[in-house]
Design a protein around this ligand. Structure first.
Ligand code: C5J
Length: 220
């Protein structure tokens, strides 16, 4: 399959590709979570949910592999270095008790993927302690085992966990495409800059495209 993308068409085989949905968890998207404790307006991120859901449903209908990630730490915080926990001046730190349970801790209500994009049986769910989906996770072995070569990314936030994951994927030899209207940042200027820098220099990190391009390719 081939879809219209920046900076040039993106080619992929459905059976050798995965839809990777980064951190669409309540901690970032709903009030009372990590995103809000850092002082952000989480409503910005909610705007992508309809487009992301349409892609997820289309991808599932074709039998494509889906990977969900969550930024999640162990309850004892052994995988959360002080360099991460003590950074900045949030109202609540990672591990503190918030309105949706402990902030960014695996298993807590706030750490669950939002209902609209919730995983179903057979989909891969990766809990990651860092920003990148490959760092300290089993994602690489899951993808290698299935012969996956292409990764289509959605999720939040564009310039933090999405971009880091795309760069990690690029270094591991995957072709990565980011769906422009299915990713969002708390900072619109950072999203715009990230989309530009991904596809610059002849797709130095990867490709970007509107979700309509992917939907058209899947229908065609
Ligand atoms: C952040 C993420 N922004 N999922 N995490 O800390 O992008």
């Amino acid at each position: 399959m081939k879809l219209d993308a920046n900076p040039f068409p993106f080619e992929f085989q459905l059976e050798r590709s995965a839809l990777v949905i980064i951190d669409m968890q309540r901690d970032f998207v709903e009030p009372g979570g990590f995103g809000e404790t850092l002082g952000n307006d989480v409503s910005l991120l909610q705007a992508i949910i309809p487009a992301a859901r349409a892609v997820l449903e289309a991808w599932r209908s074709k039998g494509g592999l889906v990977v969900h990630t969550r930024e999640a730490h162990r309850p004892d915080l052994a995988d959360c270095p002080p360099a991460k926990r003590n950074r900045g001046a949030p109202t609540l730190r990672i591990g503190d008790e918030g309105p949706m349970g402990r902030i960014l801790i695996a298993g807590e209500p706030g750490n669950q993927i939002i209902d609209a994009l919730a995983p179903i049986d057979g989909e891969i769910v990766i809990d990651k302690p860092g920003k990148g989906a490959f760092y300290a996770t089993h994602l690489q072995s899951e993808l290698q085992r299935r012969g996956i070569r292409g990764l289509i990314f959605m999720g939040v936030t564009t310039e933090v966990c999405v971009q880091t994951s795309m760069r990690e994927a690029n270094d591991r030899g995957y072709d990565g495409l980011l769906l422009e209207d299915c990713t969002e940042s708390y900072f619109p200027a950072f999203k715009a800059a990230t989309l530009e820098m991904i596809s610059a220099q002849g797709a130095i990190v990867g490709w970007t495209a509107p979700s309509a391009s992917l939907l058209a390719a899947l229908e065609g």
